[in-house]
Design a protein around this ligand. Sequence first.
Ligand SMILES: CC(C)(COP(=O)(O)OP(=O)(O)OC[C@H]1O[C@@H](n2cnc3c(N)ncnc32)[C@H](O)[C@@H]1OP(=O)(O)O)[C@@H](O)C(=O)NCCC(=O)NCCS
Length: 175
Amino acid sequence: MKNKKIQLKILNASDVSIKYLKWLNNSNIMKFTAQAGKRHSLSSVKKFVKEKRDSKIEYLYGIYIFNDIKKIKEHIGNIKLGPINKRNLTADVSYIIGEKKYWNKGYATQAVKEITILAKKKFKLKKLQAGHQKINSASSKVLTRNKFKLEGIFKSQIKIGKNKRTDRYVYGLIL
Ligand SMILES: CC(C)(COP(=O)(O)OP(=O)(O)OC[C@H]1O[C@@H](n2cnc3c(N)ncnc32)[C@H](O)[C@@H]1OP(=O)(O)O)[C@@H](O)C(=O)NCCC(=O)NCCS
């Protein structure tokens, strides 16, 4: 597995850029996510980020890399831990790499690896869960490379078009 250098940082409303907004409104990027077909605005994304910032059960991290050419830290995607179930010490994990030019370079795999460590060490969680649409093989690879195990296939769980549905693959990782 490529070990990519990334940094995870809790997002603030001030981190919401036009670039970030464009990821969310890009149907090609978002097609396998729950955001598919939704329209976002700068103010709606800032509101979302602020809600997460204020939440005690959902933690939204930006995925940052150091761009050697521009000599700046670049925001390339997000990873969310939560909602956390404080009784059961479990949480969901979800992620996007919003810049397509950075796909297939190991960044999501590394982000999941780092969130797994945070979940165990900082949040003292005992189990994580994550899922993807049947067709999202890249996401499957990200999870299985981080030792998540497929726990179930929820048949016809997700509506993907007017008359189309697909299965949801759900994975778990015991920490
Ligand atoms: C899914 C996603 C997060 C993967 O991020 P990423 O940084 O490209 O993932 P990684 O590079 O760590 O790993 C992806 C792996 O899947 C492989 N892959 C990509 N497309 C694939 C396909 N169609 N079939 C099989 N494998 C595929 C890649 O080659 C890579 O494996 P490799 O390192 O052995 O070459 C990213 O594509 C993305 O953000 N997509 C849009 C949003 C989304 O779908 N989020 C997840 C919702 S569950």
